[in-house]
Write a protein that binds this ligand. Structure first.
Ligand SMILES: [Zn+2]
Length: 122
């Protein structure tokens, strides 16, 4: 979370986007013995902010793609989420003289329910 704070050395505001940033870029450069040129350091700070914004953007873009994929996978079987409980009930081996086929299908349905319900209890 970006927040602007006052530099304890020079009193100017800077973007404290990392917990380890205690002073502004100008004062940091000065403390490292590098020449401070107001305009250039401001540009450097803006570049750092831009890099971070780009990193966040690419994170959110890939997160959106991931969520869209999950959504389309769920939409591929509309109603399955609601009926899987009934399917497990209907296929249960107890209702089919413990037939191996019923056991296998029930196990598969339980796995499928686990996949479907990863986003919450159901
Ligand atoms: Zn400063």
């Amino acid at each position: 979370m970006n927040r602007y704070v006052r530099c304890p050395r020079c009193g100017s505001e800077f973007c404290k986007d990392e917990p380890w940033k205690k002073i502004c870029v100008d004062c940091w450069l000065e403390s490292k013995g590098k020449s401070k040129s107001g305009n250039q350091s401001h540009v450097a700070e803006l570049k750092m902010e831009l890099d971070e914004a780009r990193a966040k953007l690419s994170y959110y873009i890939s997160r959106c793609r991931q969520l869209e994929m999950e959504l389309s996978e769920k939409a591929a079987f509309p109603g399955l989420g609601e009926h899987i409980k009934d399917l497990i009930f209907l296929a249960h081996p107890d209702k089919h003289n413990n037939s191996p086929k019923a056991t296998a299908v029930t196990a598969w349905l339980l796995d499928a329910r686990k996949e479907l319900c990863q986003c919450g209890p159901n």
